[in-house]
Design a protein around this ligand. Structure first.
Ligand code: BEZ
Length: 221
């Protein structure tokens, strides 16, 4: 699959959007960014996803993350669909709080490896899958997920992973299964015991396991 790998500089693509033409890196500025793609405008699952994204957009703003969506329809369709989305979001009077990229020629979807070969439109053309790309202030890809068109995403989970990405970009820790902000984190395996003791003044606790290896190291930040 073509596309962008973790750590790659994300393409500085040009696109038509509901806020006009953008160059992606200029759009991001020094912020984090989240780009999420949708199979098509005026489709049911996509509408619920965008309505949820609109409802919790303040949470992305709080974290310094700029949001942008993509679908393979025109700006005109996006503008009309946005009104449906905001009505489903119970804010019919407000504009959609983030732009939508118009990829009606599917060029960006091909470049970013976003097409779902199993979902096709009435003309047999593949639709976009549900991709998520999180890009750091250094413009490098920090996370990507790829769901098929038939499975909607969980936007609370996206906020949770952004909390983890932003924390682990700053500190030599990793976040365990189902971690939430404020909970204990894990010391990364490459850190020596001495360095861990120096870095984490709240102490490091190690969970005993049958192998006797001391790799399950937790700390409270
Ligand atoms: C939807 O958004 O509901 C959808 C789009 C394409 C295929 C299946 C579902």
């Amino acid at each position: 699959m073509p596309g962008v790998l973790l750590g790659d500089v994300f393409p500085n693509f040009e696109a038509d959007t509901t806020i006009g033409k953008i160059k992606f890196h200029d759009f991001l500025g020094n912020s984090w960014g989240i780009l999420f793609s949708h199979p098509r405008d005026f489709t049911p699952v996509c509408t619920t996803e965008l309505a949820c994204a609109a409802k919790i957009s303040d949470e992305f703003t709080k974290r310094g993350v700029k949001m942008i969506a993509l679908s393979i329809d025109s700006v005109e369709d996006h503008r009309s669909w946005s009104k449906d989305v905001m009505s489903v979001s119970d804010k019919a009077e407000s504009p959609l709080p983030f732009p939508i990229i118009a990829d009606d020629k599917r060029e960006l979807s091909v470049q970013l490896g976003m097409l779902d070969p199993d979902e096709r439109d009435k003309d047999g053309m593949p639709l976009t899958a549900r991709c998520v790309f999180v890009v750091g202030p250094d413009k490098r890809l920090k996370l990507s997920i790829l769901y098929p068109a038939t499975t909607g995403r969980n936007f609370d989970e996206l906020l949770r992973v952004i909390d983890s990405l932003q924390l682990t970009a700053q500190k030599k820790v990793a976040t365990p299964v189902d971690w939430k902000p404020g909970e204990k984190v894990m010391v990364i395996p490459s850190l020596s015991e001495a360095d861990a003791a120096a870095l984490f003044p709240n102490g490091v606790t190690t969970k005993e396991v049958p192998s006797g290896k001391k790799y399950l190291r937790y700390t409270q930040l």
